[in-house]
Design a protein around this ligand. Structure first.
Ligand code: UTP
Length: 463
């Protein structure tokens, strides 16, 4: 017993983190066990490297000066999209596609206490984000007559409540063997000026999810790449839980991916203005990669083509298609995805045991981003979508200028109004309209359902 404690003590002392066991004498045995487990999960050397690396950083100005627009299939290439759709549908029918939904984020900006997937967003149905995604997937399974496995990544912040939610709602219509909920890894938050690890309580380290890029390590750790290979899965359709306009396993995107022999394909939208707060998908020295809006110098962001359009036009919306084999290769390299640093206000317990709630950022959190896989792809592809059709994320609380629940509901209803209008059904401006993907997956499906022109005069849910 004493030996184990001595080993723990020398471990934290060696790394200058003795404060982690500063409250040891006041802890009960359960608390001690929890703390020991967390301490042993930390790679102290890596953390130190990440802290010291702080000073260097990437020279974005230099990198951005070489940025060109990416190799992309543009929106207006309608024949190419039609062709791609049929290729994608064939791959889905053949059972080669699985869906990944990342839902491990803490959703701090939205200020919702439960996992964001449980947020109700259906403008008429009041369905949750999880239900919107699962219905979209079930719609694809029904249309293509195939099983499509759903892999949901959670984090300690969202895992139990997500599992309880799915259990309480019959997996939203999926069988147990059609859904896998698994946890991503965590990283400790450190004090921004000293590099010491912050304690969340006297016996818990301030841990946060390791970013959506944690998907690579988590898929491999939970053996999911192997089980997917055994099921014949070749491609993953990746989406984030907070965008209800995602079409699960979008056949057009998958088809472009296959047609071009891409290892990673990403859907983008045309940026509305130069400094819009989205990642910029660009090509640098022949490699596709993303430069965050905050890292792109104004003078580069504002560069225009002769017709006045933006040179760097492609905005990331975090919808990707990834080859299983490509992910397997990336898993072999622990550093395929770098950690990014985010300065955040993280509450912590001090030496006296009091909780300090800083008003301004005091800490560094470390996150990996899935889009950093793009430059690793031997072949990557960018496909442009129409923002009004594919992107209405729920990021911010009501009252913010962008990405709020109301704006998302408005965009959902407008998309379905357009689909209905194309089939001869007009809607009154004041009406809210929603279509369940089990009723119709896309505008073409709607046309097959509508027999005669009509008008919608009250809020309507087609299900
Ligand atoms: P965001 O970066 O927008 O973060 O995540 P968030 O947690 O939803 O919200 P804020 O920044 O705290 O307000 C984009 C997507 O990536 C997932 C989120 O669940 C969301 O679907 N994500 C993010 C993870 O799965 N794990 C993470 O560690 C971070």
């Amino acid at each position: 017993m004493q030996d184990a404690f001595d080993a723990l003590k020398s471990l934290v002392e060696k790394h200058g983190q003795s404060h982690l066991i500063g409250h040891w004498n006041s802890l009960n045995s359960v608390e001690r066990d929890l703390l020991v487990k967390e301490i042993h999960s930390i790679d102290f050397d890596e953390l130190r490297r990440l802290f010291i690396g702080n000073a260097k950083g990437t020279d974005w100005k230099q990198l951005a000066s070489r940025a060109k627009p990416p190799d992309a299939v543009r929106r207006e290439e309608l024949a190419a999209h039609r062709h791609a759709k049929s290729i994608g549908e064939e791959a889905i029918r053949a059972g080669k596609v699985a869906m990944i939904l990342v839902a491990g984020g803490q959703g701090t900006r939205l200020g919702f206490d439960l996992p964001k997937g449980m947020f109700r967003i259906g403008p008429v149905s009041n369905r949750t984000l999880f239900a919107m995604h699962v219905d979209s997937l079930r719609g694809a399974m029904k249309k293509y007559g195939v099983e499509i496995p759903l892999l949901i990544m959670t984090s300690p912040a969202t895992d139990q409540q997500t599992k309880d939610y799915f259990a309480a709602h019959n997996n939203l219509g999926l069988r147990d063997d059609q859904i896998t909920i698994f946890q991503q890894g965590t990283m400790p938050a450190i004090d921004a000026s000293t590099g010491v690890i912050l304690l969340e309580s006297t016996h818990r380290i301030a841990m946060s999810p390791d970013g959506h890029g944690g998907i690579v390590k988590a898929l491999s750790k939970h053996g999911l790449l192997r089980t997917c290979a055994e099921r014949g899965i070749e491609h993953f359709f990746y989406a984030q839980v907070d965008n209800p306009l995602v079409t699960a396993c979008d056949p057009t995107l998958i088809g472009h991916h296959l047609h071009r022999g891409s290892q990673m394909t990403t859907q983008v939208v045309q940026k509305r203005f130069a400094k819009e707060k989205v990642g910029n998908v660009v090509s640098i020295d022949g490699k596709t990669q993303i430069i965050e809006y905050s890292d792109l110098p104004d003078e580069v962001a504002e560069l225009q083509n002769p017709d006045g359009s933006l040179q760097l036009w492609a905005g990331n919306i975090a919808v990707h298609v990834l080859d299983r084999q490509f992910l397997e290769n990336c898993c072999l390299d622990d550093n395929a995805l770098p950690f990014h640093r985010a300065h955040k206000a993280v509450p912590f317990v001090d030496a006296s045991g009091s909780t300090i709630k800083p008003a301004s950022p005091n800490a560094i959190k470390f996150e990996r981003f899935v889009f950093d896989l793009l430059p690793h792809a031997a072949q990557a592809l960018v496909v442009e979508g129409d923002a009004a059709e594919v992107f209405a994320p729920v990021k911010n609380a009501e009252g913010a200028a962008t990405d709020t629940p109301s704006l998302s509901r408005f965009a959902i209803s407008n998309r379905f109004k357009r689909w209905l209008a194309a089939a001869g059904v007009e809607s009154e401006a004041s009406c809210v309209v929603e279509i369940n993907p089990l009723w119709a997956l896309d505008a073409d499906d709607v046309k097959t359902k509508i027999q005669a022109p009509s008008k919608i005069q009250s809020n309507t849910y087609f299900a």
